[in-house]
Design a protein around this ligand. Structure first.
Ligand code: NAD
Length: 496
């Protein structure tokens, strides 16, 4: 116990602003324990140290949060967009001002390298800034009438209370990407962060209060068991919108739970991105793009390259370039400067990577580099390149969610496009080619919501992020993102 307390103090001690390490629910503008009084530990995946304890909330706490959000809705949605924008702008500025502390909290609970964690905080803040501005541009329409004495008007109104359920892999950005547009549109929010990473959410809540977000407008409920909280969020009649980011399995479940009260639903789900390197590609650029899109966040990214197709003419060269780069990666404690890859999030994640690599090897794949648990032990896995991958292997159909790059050889464009599309997922796809005609053809043919052509880093608050097929419904970011949080109302004026 002494050890646990001293390790918890280590994180608090490192923070310039210690009050960012909140360990209670945020409900109705107050920091509250769970009604049951139960607690849930938050653990550092790099060393298994306990960082903090947060409420192990249940249905009662979730209901209190929803009711607070419902009470706060009329006043918040009645503000002018400009008034809401001013609050959001302050939130954005506070997030940026505290980026180092927020990055430290994020890296400690999630395991990505500190520089990457700070990068996520800044990227996530961009959504708050963008939607603060975008709130002023939620325009309606005036439609030329079909009868002289009528006027047809369309207005956009806040959906109402918006419930959010977010994953552990981007504990900060997945929240701002949802709460930014929701608050901008005039919705109030109830949020359940992932069990493994609640501290980033609570720190964002603290800064939202400081920014002047009124009591009840932004509520956060932490938990050890998501199902009872999720049930309240998806069945309470006051909740009019669910925005979920996470696995396709849970997304389908929550979507079905929302059916009973016909809620508006946005889903950002799993992916199985293809990364294609054609013979005519700039191989150095393709390598740089792949390293970023595959190994960022230790491969635990929904838009991560899960299947890598390399055309036969450049396969051997690209495989050795990639293997050399991957073998040189620095794995270690996320808080150590220069580290490029941290641990996986938990034991289940590590075991999944081991099982998928084992399955590929049993079916004939070859290890070019890595392939095993890292010498650091714990949750660290060696950055890995596998060749000889074939479509029957499990990792071609399931998200690896780990630092494993599996290479498949292909001959023709039509063949690789068919293979890339041979998945129920449709989130992101990438390819490298210098042929302009091919760039258009393949970009149009890939069945995904987002395509990177000669580019691996495609996410920005300025562009619509989201998937097709079983990767989701709706878009986050850009002018399209705010549409998820407004309803379209038609008003017909007669007798004019
Ligand atoms: P997950 O589905 O297990 O968990 C996501 C969230 O759902 C967590 O907050 C969890 O507590 C909650 N949850 C789980 N069961 C629930 C239930 N019965 N009721 C209510 N909530 C419940 O996914 P994960 O492992 O945390 O995250 C990884 C997944 O997220 C991957 O599939 C990844 O591709 C996906 N993801 C998608 C995007 C995107 O934008 N498309 C972004 C990041 C992650």
């Amino acid at each position: 116990m002494t050890l646990k307390i001293s390790q918890f103090q280590t994180l608090a001690d490192r923070l310039a602003d210690k009050t960012l390490l909140r360990q209670l629910n945020l409900i109705d503008g107050e920091w509250r324990s769970a009604a049951s009084g139960e607690l849930h530990p938050v653990v550092n995946p790099a060393n298994a140290a306990r960082l903090a304890h947060v409420p192990a909330s249940g249905a009662q706490d979730a209901t209190a949060a929803v009711e607070a959000a419902h009470r706060a809705l009329p006043a918040w949605s009645a503000l002018t967009a400009k008034e809401r924008a001013a609050v959001l702008r302050r939130w954005f500025e506070l997030i940026l001002a505290h980026r180092e502390d927020l990055g430290l909290i994020l890296a400690s609970e999630q395991g990505k390298p500190l520089a990457e964690a700070i990068g996520e905080v800044v990227y996530g803040a961009g959504f708050v800034e963008w939607f603060a501005e975008e709130s002023k541009r939620v325009y309606g329409d005036v439609i030329p009438p079909h009868v002289r004495d009528r006027r047809l008007v369309v207005v956009k109104q806040a959906v109402g209370v918006a419930a959010m359920v977010t994953p552990w892999n981007f504990p900060s950005a997945m929240i701002t990407r949802k709460a930014g547009p929701a608050l901008a549109a005039g919705c109030t929010v109830v949020l359940k962060p992932a069990e493994d990473t609640p501290l980033s959410a609570l720190a964002l809540g603290e800064l939202a209060l400081r920014a002047g977000v009124p009591a009840g407008v932004f509520n956060i409920v932490t938990t050890a068991k998501p199902a009872p909280v999720g049930e309240v969020f998806t069945t309470h009649p006051a909740v009019r919108k669910l925005s979920f980011t996470g696995s396709t399995r849970v997304g389908k479940l929550l979507m079905s739970q929302c059916a009973g009260t016909v809620k508006k639903v946005s889903l950002e789900l799993g992916g199985n991105a293809a990364f294609i390197v054609f013979d005519d590609a700039d191989l150095d650029a393709a390598l740089a793009g792949l390293m970023a899109v595959k190994f960022r966040n230790t491969g635990q990214t929904c838009v991560s390259a899960n299947r890598i197709f390399v055309q036969a003419g450049v396969f051997d060269r690209f495989c050795s370039m990639l293997s050399e780069a991957v073998a040189g990666m620095k794995t270690g404690d996320p808080l150590t400067p220069g580290i490029q890859q941290g641990p996986l999030i938990n034991q289940a994640a590590l075991e999944k990577v081991q099982v998928l690599v084992g399955d590929a090897l049993a079916r004939g794949a070859k290890v070019e580099t890595g392939g095993t648990v890292h010498q650091l032990g714990g949750l660290f896995f060696r950055p890995t390149v596998l060749s000889g991958i074939t479509g029957d292997m499990r990792m071609c159909h399931e998200e690896i969610f780990g630092p494993v790059a599996p290479l498949q050889r292909f001959e023709h464009e039509a063949e690789v496009v068919a293979q890339a599309n041979d998945t129920p997922y449709g989130l992101a796809g990438y390819f490298y080619s210098r042929d302009v005609g091919r760039a258009w053809r393949v970009a149009e043919a890939l069945e995904v919501g987002m395509v990177g052509v000669n580019e691996g880093g495609i996410s920005t608050e300025l562009a619509p992020f989201g998937g097709v097929k079983e990767s989701g419904i709706g878009r986050e970011g850009s002018k399209y993102g705010i549409e998820e949080y407004v309803e379209t109302k038609y008003i017909c004026f007669g007798g004019i």
